[in-house]
Design a protein around this ligand. Sequence first.
Ligand code: GDP
Length: 323
Amino acid sequence: MNIDDLAKGIAAGERRALARGITLIESGREDHRAQATELLAALPKGREALRIGLSGTPGVGKSTFIESFGMMLIGRGLKVAVLAIDPSSSRSGGSILGDKTRMDLLSRERDAFIRPSPSQTHLGGVARRTREAVTLCEAAGFDVVLIETVGVGQSETVVAEMSDVFMLLLAPAGGDELQGVKRGIMEMADIIVINKADGDLKPAASRTCADYAGALRLLRKRPQDPKGFPKAMMVSALEENGLDEAWAEVEALTEWRRAEGFWQHARAAQARYWFEQAVKQALLAQLEKPKAKAALTELSDRVAQGLADPTKAAQDFVTQLDR
Ligand code: GDP
């Protein structure tokens, strides 16, 4: 495969090239990793998409929302890419977005690109691949990249680390309880979107929205938030209500953050974070090399038999690795 040609294809916005690039990035083969690194380096720099993280437990209407929100954005002349982080995909035997019929209309749009989650159990690996896929989508000229995740804890943090705006999608609650949403996840949210505000569910949606608006007001004020943020709002993905308003909120928030320098600051911090992650992973990969593995086993056997002190043995091992 000619990496320069692939990079040119992606830069020209060719969807097939983009798909091939992402496949390359997702590959675990060592030679593919090397090519993927080469590809990332060959891409044009400086193209930025708005990265929106979207989280919510199964059934709240993520795919319905992405479909109608995405179609609305395309209607505004924007190009939309959808990626997913799904650490549980190995359990369900497929990726959450694997079934394209979930976003039937969007998947048929020329200006949309939908990519299922890489099927991998290790969240760190999925995270890196998704971040690299985001970079590819940006290079391909997409205006908005939606990164979807199922609400299962750790993956939100990972998505928040690669998004400009983090949206938490919720469904109307039966009672007045906050739906067991962990405080940590609420603290990450820029906009809490109560979906299904339609028909019989509308009163419950209003209550849930008011509950969350109240809960958000109690959170510690973050410097990166303009007045009124983080906020809770209602939409109906099914009836396509509130979508323009949701986009207006995203735009208001990002414009403010750009003007105040928070956007640039967050991007720089993210780049730093991903660099550090890459260094850590490269170091961990060193441990997988046969020689290192053998030395590790030998030392760990000695430790197990009480022949060596764990701390000292670890130090010896690192010194050996340095050499
Ligand atoms: P996901 O698992 O979060 O991707 O949720 P889906 O998008 O698959 O939606 C789960 C169910 O909720 C489906 O039966 C949808 O038709 C329904 N749903 C999604 N959005 C809405 C909405 O805005 N209003 C109503 N009433 N139902 C919705």
